[in-house]
Design a protein around this ligand. Structure first.
Ligand SMILES: [Mg+2]
Length: 318
């Protein structure tokens, strides 16, 4: 998340230089580091919008700091402007080669420094916005399929290193075509939005991801092997919305069917795991919808998850 006020990290081994730059950038949220190691430490722990980096510093110089920033996923997209007294064109070229976005030469001119900083922050904001939109489903505002596929690839690589299990789930809204035909497309869209919101709300922990996978299909990626609990949570969360569905044969309310796989990267591949979830989803539909079919590839357990029946009304007799 980017805060309203851009956050800028100023890195220079001479506090007097930091002071000059800071005065030029009054109004921004400013942070300081007087050596490269400290700068890197701060850059991974906080989402900066821009880094102003001195080239000549003892121990770790600006080039080395920049190379490190570009090699880390967390910091590689932060724009870096070099601030240097050197006027050697080779050094400038080297900085650009390493991925610096601009150069400011000491002694700095406050108005020019401000203008360049503003420009690069604006470019970064625009790019962040584009990336956000490219990864977001337009109708429901949750992650789209592209983002899901990217997250799955990333989670898979992480799980390969850690040997941790993953749960993949495909969810389909029961009789959604009938819902659209009966209630109209606008209520149909609203129904998808409510389901998306409920899923996102139920699975917003850490690296868990809820995505719209297409049409009336959603996908979940969950760290760990608690697939059965998660599947139950999905079925209950959608039932709890109590969206009336007069044309459903599965329930009086909008319900979902789902297929889930609990697995580990040493057992299968992402595409194969998704196909397996898809087959389980199909089986859940065939078996009457409003249920989940889960295959735990680690324990070998297969389960069918159905909604808990409503509590029978208790009538107290005199
Ligand atoms: Mg210096």
């Amino acid at each position: 998340m980017t805060s309203a006020r851009p956050q800028i990290l100023i890195v220079d081994d001479e506090p007097a230089n930091v002071q000059v730059v800071a005065e030029a950038l009054a109004g921004f949220d400013l942070y300081f580091a007087t050596n490269g190691a400290r700068a890197l430490q701060m850059a991974v722990s906080q989402p900066f919008d821009l880094i102003l980096l001195d080239v000549v510093m003892p121990n770790m110089d600006g080039f080395e700091v920049l190379r490190w920033l570009k090699s880390e996923a967390k910091t590689q997209h932060i724009p870096v402007i070099f601030i240097t007294a050197m006027t050697d064109v080779n050094d400038e070229a080297r900085g650009f080669d390493l991925g610096a976005v601009d150069y400011i030469v000491k002694p700095i001119s406050p108005p020019i420094t401000r203008a360049r900083v503003r420009t690069h922050i604006e470019i970064k904001r625009q790019r962040d916005l584009l990336e956000q939109h490219a990864a977001m489903d337009g109708l429901t505002k949750i992650a789209n399929r592209r983002r899901f596929d990217e997250s799955l690839a990333r989670a898979w690589r992480a799980a390969q290193r850690s040997a941790e299990p993953l749960t993949l789930m495909l969810i389909d809204v029961d009789y959604f075509k009938r819902y659209n035909d009966y209630y109209g497309h606008s209520p149909g869209d609203e129904c998808l939005r409510r389901i998306a919101h409920a899923l996102e709300h139920a699975f917003s922990r850490g690296d868990d991801l809820a995505a719209r996978y297409g049409g009336e299909e959603f996908a979940l990626l969950i760290a760990g092997d608690q697939g059965e609990t998660a599947a139950r949570r999905v079925i209950d969360a959608i039932a709890d919305l109590e969206i009336p569905h007069a044309r459903s044969d599965a329930s009086v309310f909008v319900s979902v069917s789902l297929g889930a796989v609990v697995t580990r990267p040493d057992l299968t591949q992402p595409d194969t795991a998704l196909s397996a979830a898809d087959r389980l989803l199909y089986a859940a539909k065939e078996a009457g919808r409003d249920q989940g079919h889960l295959d735990d590839q680690i324990s070998g357990r297969r389960v069918v998850i159905r909604r808990e029946p409503e509590n029978p009304t208790v009538v107290s007799l005199p």
